[in-house]
Ligand binder design. Structure first.
Ligand code: ZN
Ligand code: ZN
Length: 682
């Protein structure tokens, strides 16, 4: 077969000439067995005039007029490359940046399309003779591997102390391992940004990292040398094993084995651990010298975004890290590790980032639109030329650095996809940073109710078009009646909805503080139901309760809320789990964590009432039963199970009523509360 192939950024064009049967085989093979990293979205075949080519060649990439553009994700290092890295006779022995056509960085290094070396940060490194030979040889695994490099011509590692002064050493990796063994904390520049790293078997180092990072409880992720160490400490199904070892190499949430000797301080009070495997030669090499498991947490402070530039990282992280393992390859698109888990036998993505971004989903119709997301867990989505492209997970826009990255992400998406938004879509809440940004732009704007957006996203993911019942349980979202929603039963489709039911409202004082201090939620619920909070909130001062009581009585800085997240917080407090929290959804996560599933279907009482044609799920029975159980010293894990069973049973009951009334059988579930695997599965 003669002809040529090239990359246009939008598509691969192959002009092939040959005998018909050979062409048929060629096409069939391409469809049946595309290159490892290829995902074939569409195949178009047309007949052209014979041009009588005499060879087959790869032609220079072109910038086509077409507006559909795809970018590959960062891919975990492949076995063949690791063989070379481990082989003392290979010229890439212990070379941390080894990659090939089947593996290595993509998204994190690309500046513009088409994906060619000069459009990536690798532009700064000129290939040596041996590397360019591989690059130009069709028989080489590294034929046209854009980030191809070796220790003679590619990026290199170096070590500095916490002030950025060079530490002289023969091998920065060996020295890093030595320091980590001594209990020191490293800041390591990886593929998408910095990690803070220490020995996962050293409780003192872990506690020190927690102290310096001001992160008392939020779980740390662990990187294991290989799958055997994961198997030793966690229970995992073959599917979980597959996810863990996939080319995307996400953090997978796994059940910790009871006999695991990993310190409890990695994930205080939790039965699950976030585990991942090394995904670049650099990480593999860290395990070569007798270290089996490492804490690998994002190199950031508080809720700020991950650090990705050498100088800035040294400035920001110098009070957390004892030393820095750096390299001179820039990261153009910073990206965190992804977090996934298996629920109902399927992969659920909790944080869509490295390996999972860029993510493009086909749309049935689209206008040039940018959706700016909400505020606390910001993610952007661009609808362009028939595809929806999602950004990486950004974080809380109230944090100034995150907001800056939000702006820069919009600019990068616009330039990568050559996209100019006509319409800016924002959350109904006018005070969100994303909403404020939207109204300042030139172009159309549209606002979307938070929970309707949740419902529509699930419909799109599962390609549903007809009316559905959407169950959306989360923490906070402004409703179209001005109150705070979060325990919603919506009826409708992608375009419109009506509120068909909701959790009974409660008057809450100062929403932001109530989220951080679950006792405040508990006090509000108890007061609403006519209980005296002082009888139950034994560890809260009388004065604090008095302030809440007065604020609620005078409706000062208060709002009505139907949030399911807050009912979980209130329950966690009554059961005795948490008075205050130090990370998002901590009370609910710990409440799920202690469930005693062996009690079967036992549950608390509840009722479903109707007001103005809207169903109302009444929690009065739940709270009063919880208080009775508490008085009888029922075990917290039993109370937690009964509470969860109640929510799932009440939800199903409400759904049955709605289904009978509206003749709708499609149900979608969305919202942060459904991160709760027990609730989702039941
Ligand atoms: Zn490779
Ligand atoms: Zn080279």
């Amino acid at each position: 077969i003669c002809g040529w192939v090239n990359n246009t950024g939008a598509a691969v064009i192959i002009d092939a000439e040959g005998e018909e049967y050979k062409l048929r085989i060629f096409i069939a093979e391409l469809i049946r067995q595309p290159p490892v990293l290829a995902s074939v979205e569409k195949f178009e075949i047309t007949q052209e005039k014979l041009k009588c080519y005499e060879s087959f060649e790869i032609r220079q990439s072109t910038e086509e007029m077409s507006t559909i553009r795809f970018i590959s994700q960062d891919i975990g290092v492949c076995a063949k490359c690791m063989e070379e890295v481990s082989d003392p006779n290979s010229r890439r022995y212990r070379y941390a940046f080894t990659n090939c056509t089947d593996c290595g960085p993509r998204y994190s290094i690309i500046k513009s399309l088409p994906y060619d070396r000069h459009n990536t940060v690798m532009k700064n490194f000129r290939q040596c003779g041996k590397c360019s030979e591989e690059y130009n040889n069709p028989r080489s695994r590294r034929y046209h591997t854009q980030p191809n490099c070796c220790s003679d011509c590619g990026p290199s590692l170096f070590l500095t102390d916490c002030r950025g002064n060079a530490i002289d050493c023969d091998d920065p990796i060996t020295k890093t391992v030595e320091f980590v063994k001594e209990g020191r904390i490293a800041a390591i520049k990886g593929i998408g940004g910095f990690h803070l790293c220490c020995d996962a078997f050293n409780p003192e180092a872990i506690n020190e990292l927690r102290r310096r990072k001001s992160r008392p409880h939020k779980p740390f992720a662990v990187m294991a040398a290989n799958i055997n160490y994961v198997l030793k400490h966690c229970e995992l199904s073959s599917y979980e094993q597959e996810l863990l070892s996939s080319v995307k190499r996400p953090i997978v949430l796994l059940k910790k084995k009871e006999n695991s000797l990993l310190p409890g301080s990695i994930a205080p009070g939790l039965k699950r651990l976030g585990m991942m495997l090394p995904y670049s030669p650099l990480y593999y090499l860290l395990f070569e010298e007798g270290i089996n498991m490492l804490i690998m947490t994002s190199g950031n402070i508080g809720g700020s975004p991950i650090q990705y530039e050498n100088r800035e990282a040294i400035q920001r992280l110098n009070e957390i890290a004892d030393f820095f393992l750096l390299h001179n390859r820039d990261i153009y698109n910073p990206i965190d590790d992804s977090v996934v888990k298996v629920a109902v036998g399927k992969e659920m993505v909790s944080r869509r980032a490295r390996g999972y971004i860029p993510y493009a989903q086909k749309l049935s119709e689209s206008d040039e639109t940018i959706a700016l997301g909400a505020e606390e867990k910001s993610t952007i989505c661009v609808a362009h030329s028939g595809y929806a492209y999602m950004s990486r997970y950004l974080g809380d826009l109230k944090d100034f650095d995150t907001y800056e990255q939000f702006i820069s992400e919009i600019e990068k998406l616009s330039s990568l996809y050559q996209f100019k938004p006509k319409v800016y879509v924002h959350d109904l809440h006018p005070q969100y940073m994303s909403s404020r940004y939207a109204v300042e732009q030139q172009g159309g704007i549209a606002s979307v109710q938070h929970h309707h957006a949740h419902m529509a996203s699930c419909m799109m993911e599962h390609k549903l078009y007809d009316n559905v019942i959407g169950v959306v349980f989360d923490g906070t979202g402004l409703g179209d009646d001005g109150s705070i929603w979060g325990g919603e039963f919506l009826l409708g489709n992608r375009k419109s909805f009506q509120r068909a039911g909701h959790l009974k409202t409660v008057l809450l004082q100062d929403g932001d503080t109530a989220i951080k201090e679950p006792w405040r939620c508990a006090a509000a619920y108890l007061l609403q139901l006519g209980y005296d909070p002082e009888d139950f909130l034994k560890d809260v001062s009388t004065d604090d309760i008095k302030i809440i009581r007065q604020a609620l009585a005078s409706n000062l800085n208060c709002h009505l809320s139907s949030s399911m997240g807050r009912l979980f917080d209130c329950t966690a407090y009554i059961i005795g789990i948490r008075q205050s929290i130090t990370y998002d959804a901590q009370a609910a996560i710990e409440l799920e964590n202690i469930i005693d599933a062996s009690i079967g279907g036992q549950h608390y009482s509840y009722s479903i009432n109707e007001k103005n044609n809207i169903l109302e799920l009444d929690y009065s029975g739940i709270i009063s039963d919880l208080l009775t159980d508490r008085k009888c010293s029922i075990h917290a894990s039993v109370m937690s199970a009964k509470f969860h069973n109640t929510i799932s049973k009440a939800t199903v009951d409400t759904l049955i009523k709605l289904r009978e009334r509206h003749q709708i059988n499609q149900i979608v579930l969305s919202g942060g509360v459904f991160e709760n695997t027990y609730l989702l599965e039941s």
